[in-house]
Design a binder for this molecule. Structure first.
Ligand code: FAD
Length: 392
């Protein structure tokens, strides 16, 4: 029969890989995508939803386009991988055979990373770092804040999904509060001494949200932050603060199925840069956030870029089609305030050791408002482009 590819996870990495393999092989390869949700809510632009620039349905996408593109979409959870038998087992009871298996499960949280917080506390203190109901919950809590209340964020340690994500979120929360609750305060407890696009965010916070944001970042370490979801308190270096909203973004690791497949180093899945195959198993590939690949940040743009390299290599391996040298790119845009967009990005190549950065660029402080507006508009075009590229 035809060669079989199974893809686990219909996000930025998995959906793109499934679509490109199905499309590129014109039916010569059987492609099955396993994804539990009927609708994928993008984390990208979920901060803009918090800020009031998007509606929740603007960031929700169905899988009909992928199915129409020849991908067999199975709505279920992958719960195990038998590497000898080359099968993936499903929560619903079935099992799927594969010749090549692509895992792009995104992230899970490291248990016990923030003292006092666990998944059972995610309703009291949402992470909103997987989009959808968590984003809606955080927004509802933001809207319900009392006048002059306090919004707290516990930021994650490196490496994590979307390096500028927490800081774009702070900006969008500040924008919302400036409009609706101008005496409210934001405190950020950050285990890192610095963060992505820091000078740009700090300039923007001073320009747009003077006096509202207290970023407490240094080397105090995640261990010195704890939360109490019942009391709604945050303790930073022993100082306890009562807050109205607490957005806890814990330390991350690869989505659990990568661990179950035995292809992680305990946290992330080390991969070969040329094709995203894992160091542990040449027939299992890991894309996106779950992979440990070198210099690329964990972003949707990166996952999409890695997926195309992987799709090309997998097609080559299964059908003998031409394989091009691996090239990757990434750009992360962030919105700081209306029409005030900034970006950071780079191009990359595969070396024997890792995905290695070739060239990069970043927005500058003090840029004109016209340029910042153009940067924001560019991000809108990117959003339409990537969601179409992923899902058809
Ligand atoms: P995901 O897109 O998370 O997809 C993983 C999928 O796997 C999910 O749909 C999940 O349901 C499924 N899955 C997991 N386990 C299983 C299983 N066992 N069986 C079946 N399916 C499973 N990136 C950008 O490029 N630009 C941005 O502006 C940007 N902004 C962001 C803002 C925020 C607030 C956040 C949190 C992230 C942002 N990102 C951004 C990062 C981006 O969302 C991720 O890097 C990207 O989604 C990673 O793609 P992925 O394929 O690795 O994982």
């Amino acid at each position: 029969g035809k060669p079989r590819v199974v893809v686990v996870g219909g996000g930025a990495g998995g959906a793109t890989a499934a679509r490109y393999i199905a499309k590129g092989s014109k039916g010569a390869i059987d492609v099955t995508l396993i994804e539990p949700t009927r609708k994928y809510y993008t984390c990208f632009f979920s901060n803009l939803y918090l800020g009031g620039f998007k509606e929740i349905e603007d960031i929700g996408h169905t899988y009909g386009g992928l199915a129409a593109g020849g991908v067999n979409v199975v709505h279920d959870w992958a719960v195990g991988v038998d590497r000898d038998a080359r099968t993936v087992s499903l929560a619903g009871g079935g099992s799927l055979p594969y010749d090549k298996l692509i895992l792009s499960p995104g992230i899970d949280f490291v248990e016990g990373a923030v003292e006092g917080w666990g998944l059972s506390a995610q309703n009291a203190m949402p992470h909103a770092y997987k989009a959808g109901s968590q984003s809606e919950l955080l927004k509802a809590q933001l809207m319900a804040m009392p006048e002059g209340g306090t919004f707290a964020m516990v930021a994650p340690p490196n490496p994590y999904r979307c390096p500028p994500g927490p800081y774009e979120r702070v900006s969008m929360v500040a924008h919302f509060l400036k409009q609706n609750n101008p005496t409210a305060k934001i405190i950020v407890a950050d285990p890192k001494p610095k963060f992505s696009k820091m000078a740009l965010f700090q300039e923007g916070w001073a320009n747009h949200y003077e006096g509202m944001i207290d970023w407490i970042g240094d080397d105090f370490g995640g261990g010195n932050v704890s939360v109490d979801p019942n009391e709604m308190t945050v303790s930073i270096d022993g100082e306890v603060t009562k807050v109205d909203v607490c957005n806890v973004i814990p330390a991350m690791k690869a989505g659990r199925i990568a661990e179950l497949a035995g292809v992680t180093d305990g946290n992330w899945a080390p991969v070969n840069a040329s094709d995203m195959s894992t160091k542990a198993d040449a027939d299992i590939y890991v894309l996106g956030d779950a992979s440990s690949q070198g210099d690329m940040p964990k972003s949707g743009f990166s996952a999409n870029s890695q997926a195309k390299v992987c799709a090309n290599a997998v097609r080559g391996a299964l059908t003998g089609s031409k394989v091009f040298p691996a090239k990757f790119s990434n750009t992360c845009w962030s919105l700081i305030a209306p029409d005030d967009g900034v970006k950071v990005g780079a191009t990359y190549e595969a070396t024997p050791e890792k995905i290695a950065k070739v060239d990069g660029f970043i927005s500058q402080t003090g840029e004109s408002s016209d340029l910042r507006k153009a940067t924001y508009e560019e991000s809108e075009g990117w959003y339409t482009g990537i969601t179409t590229d992923m899902l058809g």
